[in-house]
Write a protein that binds this ligand. Structure first.
Ligand SMILES: [Zn+2]
Length: 217
């Protein structure tokens, strides 16, 4: 299969990561972010989490800093929009998106999948598409109780070292989440392994995304 390089080593891409909750970006695309940083250490990052009270905000900040440790140019925003109520406060969140768009013109955007079952995730995905209309948008997946996993169409192969660092950060930092039965090293590794099978990954592991459109020149 023809494999496409998302970035070249010399590039300084502007990357935007969007997540409804404190750990979404890391679960959905943490491995891909670590891989992109290895390929393009001069990449610029804007990292936006839309909800996070007290402890979860601290965890989100600690985690974003850990994932972006090697990156010089970065801006991390942790908002405190009311969790689980995003569809009812959509106008305020849309204002936040407009502000991001006016300040930052990303080359690649990572966001939630529109077919996700969580109401907060869906809103963030929809606002991503209606705010950024000329951009490469990759939608990540979050395993959850609702059983909403689908058939992704874009895969990023991950080395074992990246897998370990992703899962180590998640399980080490997000202590408020560890009692949830789905928040486990086993779950995080399992989905990477399945996506690795589906994409014939030489390293066994992959993260997967939904890409509605991509433009070749
Ligand atoms: Zn979430």
């Amino acid at each position: 299969m023809l494999q496409i390089k998302l970035l070249e080593r010399t590039e300084k891409p502007k990357i935007l990561c969007l997540g409804a909750h404190s750990d979404d970006i890391e679960i959905g695309c943490g491995g891909t972010i670590l891989k992109l940083i290895e390929i393009a250490p001069k990449a610029q990052f804007r990292w936006v989490v839309f909800s996070g009270n007290n402890f979860r905000k601290e965890e989100a900040l600690e985690s974003a800093s850990a994932f972006l440790n090697e990156i010089e140019s970065k801006k991390i925003d942790i908002h405190n929009f009311r969790e689980s109520y995003f569809p009812f406060i959509g106008a305020e969140i849309k204002d936040c998106f407009e502000k991001i768009k006016n300040e930052y013109n990303p080359d690649v955007i990572f966001t939630h999948c529109t077919n996700d079952a969580h109401q907060d995730h869906i809103l963030i995905s929809k606002l991503t598409w209606n705010t950024f209309r000329n951009h490469l948008i990759l939608e990540y997946e979050i395993p959850k109780y609702d059983g909403d996993l689908g058939t992704p169409n874009l895969f990023v192969h991950l080395d074992e070292s990246v897998v370990q660092r992703k899962i180590g950060n998640l399980c080490g930092i997000f202590q408020t989440q560890t009692k949830k039965q789905w928040f486990s090293e086993e779950v995080f590794r399992s989905i990477l392994r399945i996506r690795g099978v589906e994409s014939n990954s030489p390293t066994n592991y992959a993260e997967a995304f939904y890409c509605r459109k991509i433009v070749f020149q």
